[in-house]
Ligand binder design. Sequence first.
Ligand SMILES: [Zn+2]
Length: 248
Amino acid sequence: MEKRKGCNLKTNTFAQEKYSRQTILKEIGYKGQEKLSQSKVIIIGVGALGTNTAELLTRAGIGSLTLIDVDQIEESNLQRQTLFVEKDVGKNKAEIAKEKLEKTNSLVKIEAKVIELNENNREILKNADLILDCTDNLETRFLINDYCKKNKKPWIYSSCVKTYGYVMPILPEGPCLRCFLKQADLDSACTSGIINTIPASIAALQVTLATKLLLKETVDPILYYYNIWNTEFKRLKIKKTCSFCIKN
Ligand SMILES: [Zn+2]
């Protein structure tokens, strides 16, 4: 537990060594690493996107991470949900992810919440610097969208199915999810299948954008599309079209 005593880079030699490849990187540096170590991120959904995203953020040395998922691990998840192994089947996703991530980086404060995000508990999003959508349903995404719009919080939308996926940073002043997604018409991994390289790629893009947002770098509110099978990458400009964004 000695190692856990603060992540102060000036005094903690364990942290200095652990993050040395990021502190020498000009895009992050010593100051950036300190900022990351003080940041609070909430990940909603600990499936394929959530496990990849949580692992990258934990290894990068985020200050605190809250994982939200009510589901249990199933055999069919192991193909792409990187934090889980065969003996975890039947156990809760958020709790097992927390257990694995604490072993990965003891400097990160990790909390597991075995709940389904809804209207009555969404206030738990209040203390986060950034909210990452790793869910698999539009209902929860709209809940995150409306909460963040109203409370002027940044969040990052991500989704993937088959061989493609989307990522978009949704910023208080920019367009939102309702500006381009109208209703629940998306395929799911469950009904359409998914290649395991796409959640890994979409998560990597989401975490890169998250890192930039936490470091207060400029991030464009662009909808990114990537199809890994065709190696096709698109940057889609979204206009403010929903009634909330037009009014505000
Ligand atoms: Zn909007």
